[in-house]
Design a protein around this ligand. Structure first.
Ligand code: GLP
Length: 265
């Protein structure tokens, strides 16, 4: 696992976008990008959008797969992840809406929708780079604590903590759905590269548990320790509980120029 501690949140977005852009260019013409909702990757999407607008990156033939979706929200609900991805990813990054996929949380047969989602990822050739945020309880996607480390796309019940954290997007806490469809940890682990971004002190404990704690279903993101190409890009606040912060900084500073992400900008 590579841990990059940036001087600030703006640099997190810049470096992370450079990494995504490099993978997208290398895998062209139709890279498969795994996209996450939540506030963590928003600035990263803005950076990618700026590259697209400047003509330095073309994602018009890329495929995108979202991690998860609420179950029970009406189609078109502004906080459904289908709508959020449309607003924050599809449109600003110039993606073809027909190539952007979000699990169908409104399906009458949710198990069939989950299986179809797994198949769609396979049909696209698998995810080249999966963008991830981290929940305060260590979840990735909506894989809550005790999720199977081998899980695939399926229905999950959200924890009270996650519903509380996400209540800010709804008029009241009671409106936050109780269930979701989420890619499993096994699905996420099948991506060829994974890139986790986190900012702020509220994420410090989760980041430390993911990077330096034991691999455990109690901290679902810790499964990333088993991934061959996992990168964690964070700001100093999110790095606040890491024991080996100095080592990660030194490692990045000593990186040869050809390995630096800024090369992709
Ligand atoms: C949500 C999403 C996750 C996201 C997490 C953190 O529950 N399902 O994919 O990483 O929350 O969100 P934020 O980035 O807003 O802190």
């Amino acid at each position: 696992m590579e841990v990059v501690i940036c001087p600030d949140a703006a640099e997190v977005a810049r470096l992370a976008a450079a990494k995504v852009a490099r993978v997208a260019r290398d895998r062209g013409p139709d890279p498969v990008i795994g996209v996450a909702t939540g506030s963590s990757p928003v600035a990263l999407y803005e950076q990618l959008s700026a590259m697209v607008r400047a003509g330095r990156l073309d994602l018009s033939t890329a495929h995108a797969f979202a991690l998860d979706e609420y179950v029970g929200l009406p189609v078109g609900h502004p906080e459904s992840y289908a709508e959020v991805i449309g607003r924050t990813v599809t449109e600003p990054l110039g993606l073809d809406p027909a190539r952007v996929h979000v699990p169908d949380g409104a399906a009458s047969d949710l198990e069939a929708a989950a299986a179809a989602y797994e198949q769609a990822i396979l049909d696209a050739g698998g995810v080249d780079i999966q963008i991830l945020g981290i929940g305060a309880n260590g979840h990735i996607g909506f894989n809550e604590p005790t999720s199977s480390l081998a899980s695939r796309t399926r229905i999950k019940t959200l924890t009270a903590r996650t519903r509380f954290d996400n209540a800010r997007f709804f008029a009241s806490a009671g409106e936050v759905p109780t269930h979701c469809l989420t890619q499993g940890l096994g699905t996420i682990m099948a991506a060829r590269e994974v890139l986790l971004v986190a900012q702020g002190q509220a994420k410090a404990d989760a980041v430390a548990a993911v990077v330096e704690g034991p691999v455990t279903a109690m901290v679902p993101g810790s499964v990333l320790q088993l991934h061959q190409h996992a990168t964690v890009i964070i700001d100093p606040d999110a790095a606040g509980a890491l024991t080996l912060a100095d080592y990660y900084r030194e490692t990045y500073e000593r990186k040869p120029a050809w390995q630096r992400y800024s090369k992709g900008i």
